[in-house]
Structures are given as structure tokens and as C-alpha cells.
Design a protein around this ligand. Structure first.
Ligand SMILES: Cc1cc2nc3c(=O)[nH]c(=O)nc-3n(C[C@H](O)[C@H](O)[C@H](O)COP(=O)(O)OP(=O)(O)OC[C@H]3O[C@@H](n4cnc5c(N)ncnc54)[C@H](O)[C@@H]3O)c2cc1C
Length: 362
């Protein structure tokens, strides 16, 4: 998402841009598919809001504890729901229409910067490109990170993400966040009357059982609200989308002169429902600065330091808070029960968390 946004804005400003994507649009991916309304003014201003899908507007949050005790609060800013299958493809079509060169089913293997010539070479499974700038918008974990020997890759991350599309009776304006031992599950509606059910679970819970379905029946179903949703819904995928090794560690913002954007720069805990908004805003930020650097004839040093400075001032506090909440919610059983119990019984705690993990509209 960060890469699509950056490339659309760059080509619209007359900067030639190639986007390299290893998959082929449209495709499903693990994501709760709730987009914070922080993004609305920007998406509407730039004609990037996917009106044609009539995404449901979401402004209520339901929180439930493992025992099924729940509370509800109104979201000040709220958000909207759209599947990544639809939204990413919509942005891809716009990128193509506006003149970006998009290479699909092509995987970047290595990115090298030659100081003597002040130029990058980008090696894929098919081609070798040169470029004066590279944005790393490769998501939470990629072979590019291994080839760059990024520090966060040296640690194993214990989180696994699972996603389904279902048909169920879920109100359009509600996002639900249900806690279970070792994780949490988000449920909200997207286009065409479909609902996304997406959860994050600690690897230890998965290892204890034979497969995903056993985890669901034994761990998730302890929360009676989740049990009831699983039993009363039609599941639309043959098998769920899954990802593992989801890392919330700090990451370098600029490495080997590559400007990192979206999850490649830092991933916020999914329960904040804010990762896509950050990807969109960092795609905007990096493209704004590249355009400014070109217009004002600025140096690479200026570009890199301005990007890191502005990125930190917008995102670093909310990432820190997100990391802390993730730690308590997916940690031991008592810490998870205590933290969700606090939020369920004292809605102002939940409100503070939302405030500290979100930014203003941009
Ligand atoms: C369980 C879970 C639930 C979530 N729920 C939400 C939510 O409800 N709301 C929200 O806002 N955020 C949510 N997020 C976070 C959100 O999904 C991410 O923050 C967002 O997708 C980041 O966008 P991005 O552009 O950085 O990366 P991505 O969207 O992951 O895009 C990266 C792209 O790079 C491609 N790529 C990777 N490596 C290479 C390579 N070597 N060569 C070529 N292409 C490559 C990938 O195929 C991918 O298409 C959730 C995350 C998880 C794990």
C-alpha cells in the first residue's frame, strides 16, 4: 500500500517510477481491512478513495474479554472497511492509468547502492535495473530484509496472523475486537456485504495443537462471542490466509540509502487498526519529500535526514504505545486478562489507547 501510494503520487508529479511487486493483483492478504479515517481527507483530495465499492463506515468499537464480557464505545474518528483484494487492486489500476511502470510477479532479490556513481542497482528474478532512488515498501518481512541483514530479522517473532472472509450478521458500523488467551480477533464488514474475521495469535498456542481449526475450537472458542460467530457464519475461503513471523521490533528508516516506508519502516500492532493508515501516510511523506528534493535541487543527505526526522515525529510515539499494548495483550494469560479487563471495565482506558495510537487526519 505504501508503494502504490508513493508511486501514484510520484508519477502524477512527473517523476518516473517503477513499482516491482512479486505477486499479481488482485490477491488476498492477512489484514483486518479496517482503515482509519485519518486517511480520508488525503484519499478524497487525491481521488484515491474507493467510492465505487461503497465501503461501510465504521464508528463503534466493541471490546470483549476472554470470558465474553464486553463493552462498546463510539470512535471519535472511526474508519471504513474494504478488502485488500479490492483496494490494492483499485490503487494498482490507478498507478497504471497515471503512468507508473508496474512489474508484477517479479521479485526483488537484492538492492545495492554504488557510492562512486551515486546510483542503485536493483536485481530481480528477471532483470537488473538502475535507479537514482529506491523506496523499500516491501511490507513486514521480505527477502530484501535478509539480504540487507536488517537487525530485526535476527530475532524470531512469535506472532501468527490468520484471515477469513465470512458472511455473517455483523452491523456495518461496528468493529469488534475479541480477546482470547494469547491473542485477539478483529471482526468488521467490508464491501459487498462481506465480513473480515482476522486474528493474531501467539505461536506457542499454535504449536500446542495439530492445526488452525483445533486452535480455534480450543482457544478462541473460550470466548463465547467468538464461538457463536464461528458457528453462525459462512466461511468464504477454502482455507484461511496465514502469515507468521510478524515483528513489531524497531527498524531502520533509511538503510543503505533505501528510504523505508510502510511496515518496512516499522509495524504497529494490528489491534491499533492503523497499519494501513501509516503505510498510506508514509507513502505520501516519502513521495512529498522526493518531489520537494527534485524541485529544490536538494541533496540525498537532505532527503534522508528530512524523511527520518518527519517520520519519527509523526509515527514513533504511536509505535511505542502499540508495542506496549501488544506485549500486554499477547503475553501471559494474566496480563492479557488484566489489560482487556481494564479496557472493558474502564472505557476511558480504551479511549486513551486509541488516542495514543492514532494521529490526526492528514
Ligand atoms: C493480523 C493483522 C491484522 C491487521 N489488521 C489491520 C487493520 O485492520 N487495519 C490496518 O490499518 N492495518 C492492519 N494491519 C496492518 C496492515 O496490514 C499493514 O500495516 C499494511 O499492509 C502495511 O502496508 P505496506 O505497504 O507497508 O506493506 P504490504 O501491504 O504488506 O505490501 C508489501 C508488498 O511488497 C511485496 N513484496 C515483498 N517483498 C517483495 C520483493 N522482494 N519483491 C517484490 N515485491 C515484494 C508484497 O508482495 C506486498 O504486496 C494488520 C496486520 C496484521 C498482521
Amino acid at each position: 500500500m505504501a508503494g502504490l501510494i508513493a508511486s501514484i503520487r510520484l508519477v502524477r508529479a512527473g517523476v518516473s517510477c517503477t513499482l516491482i511487486e512479486k505477486k499479481k493483483y488482485p490477491f488476498h492478504r492477512v489484514c483486518g481491512e479496517y482503515i482509519s479515517n485519518e486517511t480520508l481527507p488525503f484519499l478524497k483530495r487525491e481521488s484515491l478513495f474507493p467510492d465505487q465499492f461503497q465501503p461501510p463506515a465504521i464508528n463503534r468499537l466493541q471490546l470483549s474479554s476472554v470470558s465474553g464480557k464486553s463493552t462498546e464505545l463510539l470512535l471519535d474518528l472511526g474508519g471504513f472497511g474494504i478488502s485488500r483484494y479490492a483496494f490494492d487492486n483499485f490503487l494498482y489500476q490507478l498507478a497504471m492509468r497515471d503512468g507508473a511502470q508496474v512489474l508484477l510477479e517479479e521479485e526483488v532479490k537484492e538492492v545495492m547502492y554504488a557510492k562512486s556513481e551515486d546510483i542503485f542497482s536493483v536485481k530481480t528474478n528477471r532483470n537488473l535495473f538502475t535507479s537514482s532512488l529506491v523506496i523499500g515498501a516491501h511490507g513486514k518481512r521480505s527477502r530484501i530484509d535478509s539480504s540487507l541483514k536488517r537487525k530485526f530479522m535476527q530475532k524470531h517473532s512469535p506472532y501468527v496472523g490468520i484471515k477469513y472472509h465470512i458472511r455473517t450478521n455483523h452491523p456495518d458500523d461496528l468493529i469488534a475486537l475479541h480477546n482470547f488467551n494469547g491473542g485477539y480477533c478483529g471482526i468488521s464488514n467490508v464491501e459487498d456485504g462481506k465480513t473480515t474475521l482476522c486474528y493474531l495469535v501467539h505461536r506457542d498456542q499454535v504449536k500446542r495443537f495439530k492445526g488452525i481449526h483445533e486452535v480455534e475450537e480450543t482457544v478462541l472458542f473460550q470466548n463465547p462471542l467468538l464461538k457463536s460467530i464461528f458457528h453462525s457464519s459462512d466461511f468464504l475461503f477454502d482455507k484461511p490466509e496465514t502469515i507468521n513471523e510478524i515483528s513489531f521490533e524497531e527498524k531502520e528508516l533509511v538503510l543503505n540509502h533505501i528510504l523505508m516506508a510502510g511496515d518496512a519502516a516499522g509495524m504497529i500492532a494490528p489491534l491499533c487498526g492503523n497499519g494501513m493508515a501509516m503505510a498510506i501516510q508514509s507513502g505520501k511523506l516519502v513521495s512529498d519529500l522526493i518531489i520537494q528534493a527534485r524541485n529544490e535541487n536538494r541533496t540525498r543527505v537532505w532527503l534522508e535526514s528530512s524523511y527520518a526526522k518527519q517520520w519519527n515525529s509523526i509515527f514513533s510515539n504511536r509505535l511505542r504505545t502499540g508495542r506496549l499494548i501488544q506485549h500486554y495483550l499477547s503475553g501471559s494469560e494474566w496480563s492479557s486478562r488484566l489489560s482487556i479487563g481494564l479496557a472493558v471495565n474502564l472505557p476511558w482506558v480504551a479511549r486513551q489507547i486509541i488516542k495514543r495510537t492514532h494521529g490526526p487526519e492528514f
